[in-house]
Design a protein. Structure first.
Lengths: 338, 280
């Protein structure tokens, strides 16, 4: 395979060189650029069998979350920009990706959703849901539990209801997003609902990628860090003053000060240098795609292999360098005196 | 039936009475810099639990007050303002920087020292607001856990950012434990401890009294086997320390070959609270 790739790359380089020569025969051409350096990539099959066995149940499994509609794409950066702690790299407006209304509620409709209540779409490891939450119109901050109706066969009749208690608060700032479906509420009745084609949910929120800073790194004489780790926060909520963290993005910076990152949700970043005080040169190459999407797409084998590349060589052998001491914690302490 | 029900109820009540739920609140520390130190390879002696190596730590950002801060209410018996020239360390709280100093308690038996952190909201080189930020976490006057409400200052307080190494610092240290089998041994007719088998380094911040607050997590369970009960080479966080001999009182002769290289690091601060449900 490697030989094949080398041969292909070399052939491509040769073809390109030949083409240039044919187009401009009178100009002395600079030497052809060297063939791109081929690098083996760790694949799923090369991961240790034990790790594959443990990761297999995660493949294709989608995390509990609301299904989003992204209003507009973000243009990638043409060049690197200096970012400091707290700087926002992108902000995208989102809404629930669909709308359904309850046509026949279950008992205790005030709690679980009355007739006509607007539902928004959610997903979880066990399938698709339509979700509802009670709000107090007199108090925007007062919000109830999220109730999600599961409709496995898509016939508009629920088979199960999940209750995600408000106190669990995984995304407390958001009005409709969640990271857990909670537990089976045990409601035996079925609700019916009607999907409004092509309609979007009423909530309008934002997704933001915020720069957190450099959290680890060796300080070089010029004040830069390399190798290092820089972190970004993928956040969501009604506005910039009310954001909750969905995930933490850690970009490993190599000994030359460079690093890149891409996620299945479309976020792509490139870093070219970071200083000891955390100011980094960053280029945003991608954000969430426009239209229907998930903040946390299902895990793929390719993604696991890519993330594991930091720990295993392409032949599956562990990398010699021991894992760094990330995650050290100070000894827990008693609560501070108030 | 009634009696069985009562027994079940009583058992249930006992279980409820004994139920305790632990909650953990955690937040990352502001990234900090552990500065390397020059080593001369001199042989030294250290007692068990005392540092083999001590290195300065600063925040990744620091500042110096250019004028006295306005009088502040920092709680009972604490300093209420800071003079010009006070060094302050940077604390990052999610989306803004603050610069903090310790308001020392004047009645230490009664109330603890407390951080006061200042925020430059409009980034004009003057602090506009102050925050009471609680006590130093685990006694380390660089680790801020709480962020309270911002109070506007009556008059802005000018400050200047200062170079990394000039910032207020704390100390980071590597100390050690000696592991010996239990029991006794005899040497020339005298009781002596059995030969040591391992030396366990612990790394962490040095707090009042010289103690080292050990950090837990990956890499904190390193142990090094002592050759002939005497010598070992400790390698932790890039530092290299040669143990040249272990005395019967668990003190060691040692030599620092390399200090921890200058690097940025971060730890997780955790507070564990326990809620106990009591039936009465």
């Amino acid at each position: 395979m490697r030989t094949f790739i080398i041969l292909t790359a070399s052939l491509a380089a040769l073809l390109m060189a030949g083409q240039a020569a044919a187009q401009e025969p009178l100009v002395q051409e600079p030497p052809a650029p060297p063939a791109p350096e081929v690098e083996d990539v760790l694949t799923w099959d090369e991961l240790p069998a034990d790790l594959r066995r443990r990761a297999e149940p995660l493949i294709g499994r989608v995390a509990a979350q609301a299904v989003l509609h992204v209003e507009a794409p973000i243009a990638p950066d043409a060049d690197f920009r200096a970012v400091d702690h707290g700087d926002v790299l992108f902000e995208q407006a989102i809404r629930p990706a669909g709308l359904a209304r309850i046509t026949r509620p279950v008992v205790n409709a005030q709690k679980y959703g009355p007739t006509g209540a607007a539902l928004w779409p959610g997903v979880g490891p066990d399938g698709d849901y339509w979700c509802w939450r009670r709000f107090n119109p007199a108090n925007a901050n007062a919000r109830g539990n999220i109730y999600c109706y599961q409709d496995r066969d898509g016939d508009g009749t629920s088979e199960r209801m999940m209750e995600n208690p408000v106190w669990m608060g995984q995304l407390p700032a958001s009005r409709f997003q969640f990271l857990s479906l909670g537990h089976d509420e045990g409601v035996e009745e079925s609700a019916t609902f009607e999907v409004e084609p092509d309609a979007l949910g009423e909530f309008q929120e934002i997704v933001v990628l915020r720069y957190y800073g450099a959290t680890r790194g060796v300080v070089k004489e010029d004040g830069s860090l390399a190798p290092a780790t820089v972190e970004f926060e993928l956040m969501t909520g009604p506005d910039r003053q009310s954001l909750s963290e969905v995930s933490r993005i850690r970009v490993r910076i190599d000994a030359e000060g460079k690093g890149d990152y891409h996620a299945p949700n479309g976020v792509r970043l490139e870093v070219d240098g970071v200083n000891v005080d955390g100011v980094a040169q960053v280029r945003l190459l991608g954000a969430l795609p426009q239209g229907r999407t998930l903040l946390i797409p299902p895990v793929t084998r390719e993604l696991i292999a890519e993330r594991m590349a930091a720990f295993f060589n392409p032949d599956g052998s562990p990398k010699g360098e021991p894992a760094d001491d990330e995650g050290q914690v100070a000894a827990p302490t008693a609560p501070p005196a108030t | 039936m009634g009696s069985r029900f009562a027994v079940a109820l009583t058992l249930g009540a006992c279980l409820v009475a004994g139920a305790a739920v632990a909650q953990t609140a955690s937040r990352p520390s502001t990234p900090f810099v552990i500065h390397s130190v020059a080593v001369d390879g001199t042989e030294r002696v250290a007692r068990e639990h005392q540092p083999l190596l001590v290195q300065p730590v600063t925040s990744v950002r620091s500042a110096r007050l250019d004028a006295e801060t306005p009088a502040e209410s920092a709680g009972w018996f604490k300093a209420k303002s800071f003079p010009a020239g006070t060094l302050m360390f940077g604390a990052y709280a999610g989306d803004y920087w603050s610069y903090c100093a310790v308001a020392e308690s004047r009645q230490s038996w009664w109330s603890a020292d407390q951080f006061i952190c200042y925020v430059d909201e409009d980034d004009d080189g003057r602090f506009d607001a102050a925050i009471d930020s609680g006590e130093p976490f685990n006694g380390v006057p660089l680790l801020v856990f709480s962020t309270g409400e911002r109070r506007p200052l009556p008059t802005p307080a000018p400050y200047s950012r200062i170079p990394l190494a000039d910032g207020p610092g704390v100390e980071y240290a590597i100390s050690f434990d000696v592991v010996r089998p239990t029991g006794r041994a005899m040497l020339n007719g005298r009781n002596v401890p059995r030969a040591a088998t391992h030396i366990i380094p612990s790394v962490g911040f040095r707090v009042e009294g010289g103690r080292v607050q050990p950090l837990s997590g990956p890499g904190s369970d390193l142990r090094f086997r002592l050759v002939n009960g005497q010598t070992a080479t400790i390698r932790v966080k890039g530092a290299v320390i040669e143990i040249l001999g272990v005395n019967n009182d668990n003190s060691v002769r040692y030599r620092v070959v390399e200090s921890i290289p200058t690097h940025v690091d971060q730890i997780m601060l955790q507070i564990v609270t326990t809620t106990r449900w009591v039936v009465y």
